[in-house]
Design a protein around this ligand. Structure first.
Ligand SMILES: Nc1ncnc2c1ncn2[C@@H]1O[C@H](COP(=O)(O)OP(=O)(O)OP(=O)(O)O)[C@@H](O)[C@H]1O
Ligand SMILES: [Mg+2]
Length: 340
């Protein structure tokens, strides 16, 4: 399958997964690949809590693109590709989304009063589910602009969603508000968000996992919850951090390691030889454990898997972004073979 074909299936890709599995990194990688395909991509990051201080936070996403920019409500440009593709990012905060909503619906005076009285955050977060609806309402507004091809609207929206434990609650909030609110703007906003989330041509959920036991278990559970409770369509699962496969069988005895070292002109002391053998055995065990978890994921979830390699660097920047983007493109190209 061509990357562009996969990336054009839905206007919104909601990226979620257990905390720390690489959601933000994967958002950057998907956005980078889509930009290389000539798309204008907007990464929307869901902020936690009120907007105060958010602008001061260093951005992991920006660093991936070799930038130190802090990402705030207004779009920050992260990458341009000569073919016209580009990546932008915005941070979505419920309180700023509420102010914008009130402005757009003729309630400027009310929004000014909320800001000046300090009550803004209280109002934006007082009703359970309301912060999530404000954020998802903003995503839906950008998605509608994208679908209508309005000037400046992106071709693809990648949502860096909350971690899996919170993702179901986050995506389910509009359903909850539909049960609780009989009419008015909150209900119609919730209805519109629910219809976006449940339409595969508009939105897909991409789950990110590590090839390890706990993240895989959580991914399987969350995938079923997202399908059943949110009614959202699940795209491929991204298995992030897969160790590049080394053929180690038969090469982990002291004699075999010593022979390789001799051929390379490296002189090893006894302890060094023992440490190298132990490291090799650990790597072999980890490779095997990862393979078992990837197989378990495949047996439990009938979804295509795309693997991204583990990068052996302390922090990820443009070189790693390039490597991961290439892997994603190769993985998608391979999907045609496995496609039904
Ligand atoms: N393929 C990879 N190889 C090596 N390191 C990685 C890889 N993917 C992500 N990382 C590193 O793992 C850490 C977590 O990644 P990231 O911030 O993308 O995860 P996250 O799921 O968004 O985390 P959070 O739940 O805190 O938002 C980061 O330090 C990142 O640089
Ligand atoms: Mg993150």
């Amino acid at each position: 399958m061509e990357p562009l074909a996969l990336l054009s299936q839905s206007k919104v890709l909601v990226v979620t997964g257990k905390g720390g599995t690489g959601k933000t990194t994967v958002c950057g990688v998907i956005a980078n690949l889509a930009a290389q395909c000539g798309l204008h991509v907007l990464v929307l990051q869901v902020g936690e809590g009120p907007s105060d201080g958010a602008l001061a936070r260093p951005s992991q996403l920006a660093r991936l693109f070799g930038q130190e920019a802090a990402i705030g409500w207004e779009a920050t440009a992260l990458a341009w590709v000569p073919n016209g593709g580009r990546v932008e990012a915005r941070l979505l905060q419920p309180d700023v989304a509420l102010v914008e909503y009130l402005h757009l619906h003729g309630m400027r005076r009310l929004s000014r009063r909320l800001v000046s009285s300090g009550a803004l955050d209280v109002v934006a977060t007082a009703v359970p589910g309301m912060p999530d609806l404000l954020v998802l309402g903003k995503v839906k507004q950008v998605e509608r602009a994208a679908a209508a091809r309005r000037p400046g609207a992106p071709d693809l929206i990648v949502l860096d969603a909350p971690a899996a434990g919170h993702a179901v609650r986050f995506l389910q909030s509009p359903h909850g508000l539909l049960d609780a609110v009989a009419g008015g703007p909150v209900r119609s906003q919730a209805e519109e968000v629910v219809s976006m989330l449940s339409d595969p041509a508009r939105c897909q959920v991409v789950m990110v996992t590590l090839p390890e036991e706990t993240p895989v278990t959580e991914t399987i559970e969350t995938a079923y919850l997202i399908e059943d409770r949110v009614g959202a369509h699940l795209g491929p699962v991204i298995v992030n951090g897969r160790l590049p496969r080394l053929e180690l069988a038969g090469s982990l005895t002291p004699e075999a390691v010593r022979a390789v070292a001799d051929r390379s002109g490296v002189v090893l002391s006894g302890p060094q030889l023992a440490d190298l053998c132990a490291a090799g055995r650990l790597r072999a065990r980890r490779q095997e454990a990862q393979a078992e978890q990837v197989a378990r994921l495949g047996q439990s979830l009938a979804l295509p898997q795309l693997e991204l390699p583990f990068c052996f660097n302390a922090s990820l920047g443009p070189p790693e972004l390039g490597t991961l983007t290439q892997s994603l493109a190769q993985g998608i190209a391979g999907l045609s073979l496995a496609a039904p």
